[in-house]
Design a protein around this ligand. Structure first.
Ligand code: PLP
Length: 444
């Protein structure tokens, strides 16, 4: 693979320790070093930087023409950003702070796209002062603002894509319809602004590869429209929405998208058109695993017909229930909806708890030959919305047992709050691929 392309200023930055253990080994060693009744028993993430590296190789293999500009909003973890910068990706930034963070790592402003179509004026000025030229827009007011604040910007018109096949639809908020693009381009022309291309976003968590094909056709339409007006478009930005999954039986995979998107780009856009993308979830999700432990437990007796009957609540935390009791166990863990599991609320995610330890034994998700019980998993705050899973099924757990959740890197840490005084869950780094060290340390 091509060597690092960004000149990074990382030597003077403190680097957290990075082990070369597997994720399972890190989980185990971290838990063994904890006594669950001491201070040192917080939830924690394990980030496998090797997984990010592998995702990058996968991208280069299946979509070689498309330059990834990582969407920082998805997860601004410093080591994730540093590795991607060292691997030579660009960055999609949504705000002044994100631009500053990426510039501080030594990334060239030409490797940044300010991909938020509706921007605070002072942020546009900041982009101008730091030479971050590529900026998206989707409305005429923004064009007038940019004319005043950054007339030399290289503008990218964000068009509306069909996002009906995505978990998170962005079209209600952003994207010019094809009915409006002519007017917007004409306005840009009259203002003497430099529009260089088209961007779209098929929605985050897109589960139908055909959405990309449709969006490519729309982009081609706008390229033609622009050409007729005298613009010389040379940038196509195919946005985000890329699945990270390898499992074809579960629906969409990155390979499925690449298999239709790559040829569609080649069919509609000649090789002189630069093509970039803004993947977020694709890079961040699979690299992060979170471990949480059961800090408290309640047993709620169930009546056969009702889900559960709150008036029958009895504190049975030290009573071993049998299946015949139809218990619902309520487990309280030390991260929740206001913290890393905000993805349940904002990102429409369903998370899957796996048993990490039970009674001091490490299970790593192994299915046990013992009864499972209906259970709810709650976060640690005092709010009842703070529910991580409802009506799940697990073997009975006890205080101090650990659960883990995989694929927790996207839209988790990034939007975690400190509600109720809880702090953000820290990250422990490892790499299952030693090449990561070459990229992190061999840059000047
Ligand atoms: N680009 C823009 C403009 C976005 O708004 C988002 C997500 O909301 C992304 C890229 C990243 O999308 P994903 O994480 O689905 O790849």
């Amino acid at each position: 693979m091509k060597g690092p392309t960004n000149q990074l200023n990382i030597k003077d930055k403190s680097t957290p320790p990075i082990s070369m253990l597997s994720v399972e080994e890190v989980l185990k060693s971290q838990i063994l070093s904890n006594n669950y009744e001491t201070e040192n028993n917080d939830a924690f993430f394990v980030a496998d930087l090797g997984e990010i590296y592998r995702q990058h190789l996968r991208w280069k293999t299946y979509l070689p023409r498309v330059e990834p500009f990582y969407a920082v909003k998805c997860n601004g973890d410093p080591m994730l950003l540093r590795l991607l910068a060292a691997l030579g990706t660009g960055f999609d930034c949504a705000s002044k702070n994100e631009i500053q963070t990426v510039l501080d790592m030594g990334v060239s402003p030409s490797n940044i796209i300010y991909a938020n179509p509706c921007k605070q004026a002072s942020f546009i000025r900041f982009a101008s002062e730091h030479d971050v030229k590529m900026i998206t827009f989707d409305n005429a007011d923004e064009l007038h603002k940019i004319k005043r604040l950054f007339p030399k910007a290289q503008l990218v018109i964000r068009i509306l894509a069909d996002d009906s096949k995505a978990l998170i639809k962005l079209g209600a908020k952003f994207g010019a319809s094809l009915n409006d693009t002519g007017f917007l381009l004409k306005t840009a022309l009259e203002l003497g602004l430099n529009v260089i291309g088209v961007s779209f976003h098929v929605g985050s968590g897109c589960y139908d590869e055909n959405s990309y094909i449709d969006a490519i056709r729309r982009a081609r339409f706008v390229f033609n429209q622009a050409s007729e007006m005298g613009f010389d478009f040379h940038l196509l930005d195919v946005g985000g929405g890329f699945s990270f999954s390898h499992k074809s039986d579960e629906g969409i995979t990155f390979e499925k998208i690449a298999a239709v998107l790559g040829p569609a780009i080649d069919k509609h856009f000649p090789p002189n058109i630069r093509v970039i993308a803004e993947p977020g979830r694709y890079y961040a999700a699979p690299a992060f695993t979170i471990a949480t432990h059961v800090i408290a437990k309640r047993t709620v007796c169930r009546d056969g017909n009702e889900e559960y009957v709150p008036s029958m609540n009895v504190d049975q935390s030290n009573v071993l229930a049998t299946k015949d009791d139809h218990p619902t166990f309520m487990y309280y863990i030390n991260d929740g909806l206001y913290g890393s599991f905000n993805c349940i609320l904002y990102d429409h995610q369903l998370v899957t708890p796996k048993v990490l330890t039970k009674g001091g034994s490490f299970l790593f998700g192994e299915i046990l030959d013992e009864p499972e019980y209906n259970c709810f998993i709650w976060g640690p705050t005092c709010d009842s919305i703070d529910c991580v899973t409802k009506n799940g099924s697990l073997p009975e757990l006890f205080l101090g047992d650990w659960l883990y959740f995989e694929d927790m890197g996207a839209y988790t840490i990034a939007a975690a709050t400190k509600f109720n005084g809880f702090k953000q869950t820290p990250v422990i780094y490892t790499t299952t691929d030693p090449h990561v060290f070459d990229y992190l340390y061999d840059v000047t």
